[in-house]
Ligand binder design. Structure first.
Ligand code: AMP
Length: 190
């Protein structure tokens, strides 16, 4: 199995790269943001609850997200591996993920961290707001999501760095250029 965390601030291109990699490597793309947006669209109890947090750019409670991830992993038992996109979002979730994978006799192999400067992130997110009309892509919420990333999510890097699994990647460039940089890491070490 090969399990990858695609990591980075909002707007760093995690989703785009995760979709490409899941196709080329045959891994399951597990995006907690996508699952939550589907729950909102279907007006499920989880969706109704999650929306309150997402519209403000805050994190949805850990227990809800953790349960969602367990369900998605177990639904795909026998998969070649997973690309986790948008999860873990804090150190609690990282510890939870490690334990859950250990119980299934596997682990995280790579944390690929996409690095993009602040101005470029804002530019990309405002542009995406026009195209996708996501309710959390307005300037105030975007700034809050970036702040939460640096306060709560960034420490996840340290967690995996200490396990020797941290791989920073320059996230500025064309989709293909960034994809090539990631593939070099995943194929070299596999
Ligand atoms: P994303 O599509 O990954 O940018 O996520 C959009 C929003 O969904 C985030 O701003 C959070 O409100 C929520 N979300 C996604 N993943 C998580 C997670 N792992 N933990 C908590 N909230 C999450």
């Amino acid at each position: 199995m090969i399990n990858v965390i695609l990591f980075g601030p909002p707007g760093s291109g995690k989703g785009t790269q995760a979709i490409k990699l899941s196709k080329s490597l045959g891994l399951i793309h597990l995006s907690t943001g996508d699952i939550l947006r589907k729950a909102i669209a279907n007006k499920t109890p989880l969706g109704i609850k999650a929306r309150e947090y997402m519209d403000k750019g805050e994190l949805v409670p850990d227990t809800d997200v953790a349960q969602m991830v367990v369900n998605a992993v177990d639904r795909n038992a026998g998969a070649k591996g997973f690309i986790f996109d948008g999860f873990p979002r804090n150190v609690f979730q990282a510890r939870f993920l490690d334990k859950m994978l250990e119980e299934r006799n596997t682990s995280i192999h790579y944390l690929i961290a996409l690095e993009v400067n602040h101005d470029e992130l804002i530019k990309r997110l405002l542009n995406r707001a026009k195209i996708e009309s996501r309710t959390d892509d307005n300037l105030e919420v975007i700034e809050n999501r970036i702040k939460i990333y640096f306060d709560q999510t960034f420490p996840v890097i340290e967690h995996y760095k200490s396990q020797g699994k941290f791989y920073p990647v320059n996230g500025v460039g064309t989709v293909e250029e960034v994809n090539d940089r990631i593939c070099k890491i995943l194929t070299k070490e596999e």
